[in-house]
Design a protein around this ligand. Structure first.
Ligand code: ATP
Length: 376
């Protein structure tokens, strides 16, 4: 199971076949004494075990992969990498084309009208997140170049810009997924530069991912429950010595998770495995999970990318409701119609630098941006 993988019916078969093939080989070695061969066998299997757990913790056939896909990955190296997955998810998923206005022809821009829900227009509120002089370099590329940005409490802001402008890198930097080269990040006044993601999440800022990253073999409800903080069941002591406390806490967690699912409109899907949900619903689960952490700032990385137009409305409605729960939102999104509906303030990023900001309409009225980026 360690070798082949647990999440796939073929995994244990492949793993035991390999072990079954190697065992007789060891026994045929004539020139070493059987005692030493036994020892060698243990050393080789233990090393294999460690290597597998380090480089392929899910085994040769990871969860959700078929033998056919596995052969494809082996034959066409690179097809299974995260970067490829990211590109796949952000451009096309389940046959649904991405509706990216920044990259799309003019006709798509007009077609992508969504039913408008009340936009948030207030731009007041305390500064809750302050970014000063943020810099990130990857070798010769400066992905983020002296970024200054502020988020105001209970507002929805958006970060837009062409592919490769540095949007995702900014999310990675301010949530601790990447080390910062220069600059500082302040969350509610505290300098969180260099903090790890879990500490930043506990301090009140979490992010979602373009490729959602759910636990696909567990239910929608459980996906939300695991995101909750400080559960007594996470602690072995209380799990064994205070089972009643753990049980009661779990009931409460369940209740809270159901409320969150109700909020995002997924209550009916509580018991469905997230792997069986539509992509739009999976994106909603990722928002629900972010909410479950009780963080004040939610950074949403392309919440509508790859989602069919008919499935966008529940996502937009859920996000628009978040400021009423006291949440501050920063959205990265390519669909400008979505941005217009969601964000009261939009930051435009080019080559890692903010080159414009204002409302979506104000940005669209800037001739240079309109012709170079918005295809107007
Ligand atoms: P997209 O809209 O396509 O998601 P983006 O605006 O989010 O693009 P980033 O993914 O942040 O852009 O990338 C910014 C630049 O940094 C790009 O030139 C990218 O190739 C580079 N980059 C990002 N991550 C890495 C990395 N881990 N190693 C090297 N270069 C990277």
């Amino acid at each position: 199971m360690v070798l082949g993988g647990l999440g796939n019916i073929f995994g244990p078969a492949v793993g035991s076949t390999l072990v079954g093939v190697f065992n007789p080989l060891f026994q045929r070695i004539q020139f070493i004494s059987p005692d030493i061969i036994g020892l060698l066998q243990v050393i080789i299997y233990s090393s294999l075990l460690i290597i597998m757990l380090r480089i392929m913790p899910q085994g040769l056939l990871r969860e959700g992969i078929s033998v056919k896909k596995w052969f494809k990955i082996i034959l066409f190296r690179g097809n299974g990498t995260t970067k490829d997955l990211k590109t796949k998810n952000s451009s096309k998923r389940d046959g649904i084309e991405r509706i990216s206005i920044l990259n799309a022809p003019q006709s798509d821009v007009k077609e992508s009208k969504l039913r408008v829900v009340e936009p948030v227009i207030e731009e007041e509120g305390k500064v809750i997140l302050k970014i000063e002089g943020l810099v990130k370099r990857f070798g010769g590329i400066t992905a983020v170049n002296g970024l200054d940005l502020q988020l105001r409490e209970k507002n929805i802001a958006a970060l837009i810009g062409p592919n490769g402008a540095g949007k995702t890198t900014i999310f990675n930097l301010i949530t601790g997924f990447l080390p910062v080269d220069e600059g500082r990040v302040f969350l509610k006044g505290a300098d969180i530069t260099g903090w790890p993601p879990n500490k930043i999440a506990k301090s009140g800022m979490v992010r979602t991912f373009q490729d959602v990253r759910l636990f696909y073999r567990t239910s929608t409800l459980e996906n939300v429950m695991v995101a909750m903080r400080d559960l007594p069941g996470e602690n072995l002591d209380s799990l064994f010595f205070q089972p009643k406390r753990v049980y009661e806490a779990e009931l409460k967690t369940r209740e809270k998770a159901l409320n969150i699912l109700k909020f995002v409109g997924l209550l009916e899907k509580a018991d469905v495995l997230t792997g069986e949900l539509g992509f739009g619903e999976q994106k909603l689960v990722s928002v629900a999970r972010a909410l479950a952490t009780e963080a004040d700032i939610l950074l949403l990385d392309e919440p509508c990318s790859g989602v069919d137009r008919s499935q966008m409305e529940p996502i937009l409605n859920a996000i628009l409701e978040l400021p009423k729960l006291g949440k501050t939102i920063l959205v990265v999104e390519h669909n400008l119609e979505v941005v217009r509906q969601l964000a009261s303030h939009v930051y435009f990023l080019e080559q890692g630098q903010l080159t414009a900001e204002g409302s979506m309409d104000e940005l669209m009225n800037q001739e240079r941006l309109a012709t170079a980026y918005f295809g107007l």
